[in-house]
Design a protein around this ligand. Structure first.
Ligand SMILES: [Zn+2]
Length: 170
């Protein structure tokens, strides 16, 4: 999943922390900012001549297409940055629209925000990608069968993969 946002004003934004230059640019009416958590949390001033933002390279999602984009926006927000810039960059045709999220205005410190999240819809392809080359093992604490380095249920590090069962011969 890749969360993104376009926000008009970052004066009250705490995370990701905007630079002082962003806060100053925020005072100028009409300026908007892209906020992304890839490759790390950051804020970027969107300029008319360069409205882009860093996105994961296509190789990162090959086999796990981000085929959908969900967008949550409040009613009085201008612009189509998500539709015109982000969706084409992902090659997405489907955008799901929703109203503003319940705590969005509190988090962003403004009602002038468009939140978006790109997510894969092909769960089987995602599953194949995640477990590729990994052997499942039982978490030594909760017993859940996991393929990740950390157990997603109890957060403990996993133990080595289960050895293949061998028959004892007498
Ligand atoms: Zn566990």
């Amino acid at each position: 999943m890749l969360p993104l946002a376009q926000v008009w004003g970052v004066m009250k934004l705490r995370e990701p922390r905007p630079r002082l230059s962003h806060r100053l640019a925020s005072l100028w009416p009409g300026n908007s900012f892209a906020v992304s958590w890839w490759p790390r949390p950051h804020v970027r001033l969107l300029r008319p001549d360069d409205p882009t933002i860093a996105l994961p390279p296509r190789a990162a999602w090959t086999g796990v297409p981000f085929t959908q984009l969900a967008v949550a926006a409040y009613s009085n927000v201008p612009g189509d940055w998500i539709k015109d810039v982000i969706a084409p960059a992902f090659g997405m045709r489907t955008i799901i629209h929703a109203g503003g999220s319940p705590l969005g205005q509190v988090y962003w410190g403004t009602h002038r925000v468009v939140e978006a999240v790109a997510y894969p819809t092909q769960v089987s392809a995602l599953h194949e990608r995640i477990v590729e080359g990994r052997k499942p093992s039982a978490c030594h604490w909760c017993g859940a069968t996991v393929v990740s380095e950390r157990c997603p249920f109890c957060e403990l590090g996993r133990v080595p993969a289960m050895p293949a069962q061998t028959e004892e011969r007498s």
